[in-house]
Write a new protein. Structure first.
Length: 279
């Protein structure tokens, strides 16, 4: 099976399945996500948004794998060429698990796919279990034993995927925030305004702008939006999480989960080394 990957999330899943040998072409963003691919000298393609059908045809793939974000015009051109294409559009963690199973089936790695999904689910459950244990310990320390008690201090979290316009992070990020003991502010994927965020009075601000890596200018954002008096800013609970850890629907979301948990509950979870905090 020769696969042309048009999105780094697909390439990362192939890496986690130990099936990078299936790649016959990928994008430059795939190389950034999986640097070891540079030694393979694979043909470099445009991504799902700007896909060039002629470029893809030259690589003679058995299957083209594309994922969000993509343009329908680009996909239509690939379909018209006769190339087989599988397009993915995950919204939730469940969708990501389903896509992982699809990719695993394509490259004959079903067992590896199930193991990968189990590892992701166990990591999420471990965070929840730690929070639940802390909650029970607090209840016992107060002389009150309450089975199933929610974790103490569930902060309200504003998580931003883009800054112009302001866009809330996706649904899978909302799930990670909830798993890490927070409350996700707003509607996942929806636009918002600085005024609406300020009115909600969030306890924590998380920024992961698409394509920005870890370069969100936190101080500038706070100043431009006049957020200096928000509780999150006063308490210095303003963080930049590397883009790939929240916006790429692949196993890198586990780094995102750990980053969120460390930001929300620093006494329970270690700070992620790649998370930047407002100085």
């Amino acid at each position: 099976m020769r696969i042309a990957s048009l999105q780094p999330s697909i390439t990362l899943i192939l890496k986690s399945l130990n099936r990078l040998d299936a790649l016959c072409a990928c994008t430059r963003y795939c190389l950034e996500a999986v640097p070891e691919l540079a030694d393979r000298n694979l043909p470099i393609l445009q991504d799902s948004w700007t896909a060039n059908t002629e470029e893809i045809l030259v690589t003679a793939p058995d299957l083209v794998l594309a994922s969000v974000p993509y343009r329908l015009e680009s996909l239509a051109a690939i379909l018209k060429s006769g190339l087989p294409i599988l397009t993915l559009a995950p919204h939730t963690l469940k969708d990501i698990y389903t896509d992982t199973r699809l990719i695993a089936a394509v490259v004959d790695a079903r067992a590896e796919g199930e193991a990968l999904i189990e590892r992701m689910e166990q990591a999420i459950e471990q965070i929840r279990a730690t929070l639940a244990a802390q909650s029970e310990a607090v209840a016992r320390g107060s002389g009150i034993v309450q089975q199933g008690t929610e974790s103490p201090a569930r902060p309200l979290v504003y998580c931003e995927e883009w800054g112009k316009p302001l866009i809330h992070s996706q649904a899978w990020v909302a799930e990670l925030v909830e798993a890490a003991g927070g409350r996700f502010l707003g509607e996942p994927g929806a636009h918002t305004t600085p005024e609406a965020v300020a009115a909600a009075n969030p306890d924590v601000l998380l920024f992961a702008w698409c394509g920005a890596g870890d370069r969100v200018p936190l101080a500038k954002v706070v100043d431009q939006r006049v957020w200096q008096q928000l509780p999150a800013v006063v308490a210095r609970r303003v963080h930049c999480i590397p883009d790939q850890y929240l916006n790429t629907p692949a196993t890198t979301l586990l780094d995102g989960l750990n980053a969120i948990a460390g930001a929300l509950h620093p006494t329970l979870f270690a700070a992620h080394p790649e998370v930047r905090t407002l100085a």
